[in-house]
Design a protein around this ligand. Structure first.
Ligand code: SF4
Ligand code: SF4
Length: 283
């Protein structure tokens, strides 16, 4: 079972919901793994406080040019869609930061002047937190290959346990890489006009990917009914509503999970998991 928790914009409560869901399931005796794929700003560790057992560098292949073999034909620069390699008569410049590791320039070079070398883009960490298997990716400053780092973290997915993916916000390549292959996506939003706008974008993306999904509303009470009305109109299930509660906010600011501060919430998160299972069975 792979459940991705995503949202059209950052700061809606994705990490709150994914970490609390993971911890509630672990306390209930389920085998569960939390993978923080919000690689540009991972913060699940603040709440789960894992014991990190392994840290590894994540690298991607980038081109390296042997100028002695280069004939200056210019084919590599003409091919690259990211302007990451530029050739002139006397030189070939590689901008590793811009390279998307497609391998095209290596394949097209007629004189075999280009080979691949590894470049570090970030770090992957794995460990455990009170029964929850934990993984996270952290992109290096200036690195752009978020999808490659996410793919590395997703290699940890285990088929026989519950995997919860904390996806990056938005609707671009990183979030698509994170949610692809999921059995279910929970879209988290806030009940405000901004929340609705970003939810609509996220729903459009998930529908294109043809993954079953539902909505969770965080900080309920701060805005209006537009999200609920939209979900009714679009026939989208709202599986969880977390109120705008001062006690939750104060504990959040101290890195304390809802299910630790208010243990009654464990049942709500277990019910969320049951409802996700029911929705999947009814498909
Ligand atoms: S590997 Fe692809 S993206 Fe990178 S420089 Fe070569 S053609 Fe451009
Ligand atoms: S394709 Fe190869 S030979 Fe042609 S300019 Fe690029 S590195 Fe040089």
């Amino acid at each position: 079972m792979i459940i991705s928790v995503a949202s059209g914009k950052g700061g809606t409560g994705k990490t709150t919901i994914s970490t609390n869901l993971a911890m509630s399931l672990a306390i209930a005796g389920q085998q569960v793994q939390y993978l923080d794929c919000d690689a540009e700003e991972p913060n699940g560790h603040i709440f789960l406080k894992p014991n990190i057992e392994t840290t590894e560098d994540v690298t991607v292949g980038v081109p390296e040019v042997d100028l002695k073999k280069c004939t200056g034909c210019g084919k590599c620069g003409q091919l690259c869609q990211y302007c990451a390699i530029i050739s002139s008569q006397n030189d070939v410049l590689v901008f590793e930061n811009l390279c998307h590791s497609c391998g095209g320039c290596i394949a097209i070079c007629p004189s075999g002047a280009i080979t691949e070398k590894q470049r570090k883009i970030g770090t992957a960490q794995f460990g455990k937190s009170n029964g929850v298997y934990f993984g996270r990716g952290k992109l290096d400053i200036g690195a752009i290959q978020t999808p490659a780092l996410i793919r590395h973290i997703k290699k940890q997915i285990q088929e026989d346990i519950i995997n919860i993916i904390d996806a990056p916000p938005g609707t671009s390549c990183p979030v698509i890489t994170a949610v692809k292959g999921s059995d279910f996506v929970l879209l988290v939003t806030e009940p405000t006009p901004f929340g609705l706008n970003d939810l609509e974008l996220a729903v459009g993306m998930i529908r294109q990917l043809k993954i079953p999904f539902a909505v969770a509303i965080n900080r309920n009470g701060i805005g209006d009914d537009s999200v609920i009305n939209y979900c009714k109109k679009e026939n989208i299930e709202v599986l969880l509503q977390i109120p705008d509660d001062r006690k939750i906010a104060e504990n959040y600011s101290r890195g304390v999970m809802i299910v630790e501060a208010i243990p009654d919430y464990r049942q709500k998160f277990l019910k969320l998991y049951e409802d996700i299972q029911k929705l999947r069975k009814n498909l």
